[in-house]
Design a protein around this ligand. Sequence first.
Ligand SMILES: [Zn+2]
Length: 496
Amino acid sequence: MARLHYRLIVVLLFGLGISAFLLAGCALLRPASPADPLAVYRPGLRPGETVAAELLAAMPRYSITVKVDPLANAYTGTLEVSIPITGAAAWRDLYFRLYPNLPQFGGGLEVRGVRVNDLIVNYGYEADATALHLSLLRPLPLGQEAHVWMNFIGRTQQRKEGAYTIFGANEGIWSLTNFYPILAGRREDGWALDVASPLGDVGFHDAALYRVEVTTPADQIVAATGVTVTAEQAWDGWITRRYVHGPAREFTLIMSPRFQVMSGDAYGTQVRSYFLPEDAEAGRAALYYAIAAVQIYSDQFGAYPYREMAVVEAPLTFRGMEFPGLNLIGSQVYNKYRQDLENLVVHEVAHQWWYNQVGSDQTRTPWLDEGLAEWTMYAYYLARYGYFAAERLREQRWQVPVRYAVQTGADRPIGLPVKAYGRDDYERTIYAKGALFFATLRDEIGEEAFRALLRSYLTRYRWRIATPADFQALASEVSGRDLDRMFKRWLEGKAE
Ligand SMILES: [Zn+2]
């Protein structure tokens, strides 16, 4: 509203003398054909994709330029981001996260020359250098936008062979996940500045819009979140690609000169599989699992939002990691643990719904993110292989470890933050017991209500951050049941 009003005044003051301004103003004022605020990002979006105007107006808009040099294990870039100031009060400070400084990333990210609304500001590193605090001279008023500009310099490492490598070089693949300064997530009680445990995800972020220009050596095959809109030679032996991406929670790059690529279609989305040549058979299988998952989840929960999705072999041992439109799968699952490939792929693809479209606080309430993504495998198995296969998954993957925990007195509630768990009980509690929670809820309210619940969860909280209380309220609303005792028992461990 405020924006339109401002444009109107500009048109009234200057429009008469400047016809271009007048035309732009008229276009804005004509409700029948409003300018498409997503126009720049349409190449990455499913045709007809819509986002509510008030959500779009609140999204940060990033513009990043980065030159990456895998041989030097280094990259440099510039970040510009426009941040709508939303919420209940003016913002007194701004925080960005610098995840490459996490010990589990084993890299480094530094910033230089930070400006906010064209004024140079002081800044300092906090939270073990994983957060950048910008000191503002005066608060940023609600309803306005802050324009932040900074340079950044990153470095990566060649990691030990066989080491889990979420960031840096290993196995001839170079991962640049969370490589740039990203606006920190915000909670009711302030900025989310947790130093992430290596057991869980790095943090959570508001959905945002991205334009990214990436220059790499020409021999690199690059997989990225978002779609490539142009690619041209930068100088001899180097290529510049421009990407658009979003709404999405982050932007990520992964590359290798050895990647081979196969692609297929899932309801109009081009799905690509990137793999090393020696793992071609598994790379082809990963593509087919991903296509089937996109189709099943689209049918059951709601559409996948983008024109492209990638599944990429990555130096993540036997683990996977989700990014918007980009699913990284550990290389050991392409050979040594090939029997886990389908499970890993369809779990990560489930995060394209639960994490990217519907966000949640992955640090404080990991069960809502991981438990639901894990349960979604049940929906995949049920649709693709039938009831007995789905029940076998439930029994073998979730029930067996949880039963063992109960028998040995190690059973724990699912509703705790990542930091409350240890290596021995995090996955069992958050993934296995978390998935069983959703399976039990489905038994309790019936398949029809449960399906309606997940569809409404997507519609209502798409591109937002949902809380456990939001999910519980929606479950009660859809089923007409008071589920308080059940939620308390599973989340807090309180007996009925
Ligand atoms: Zn997951």
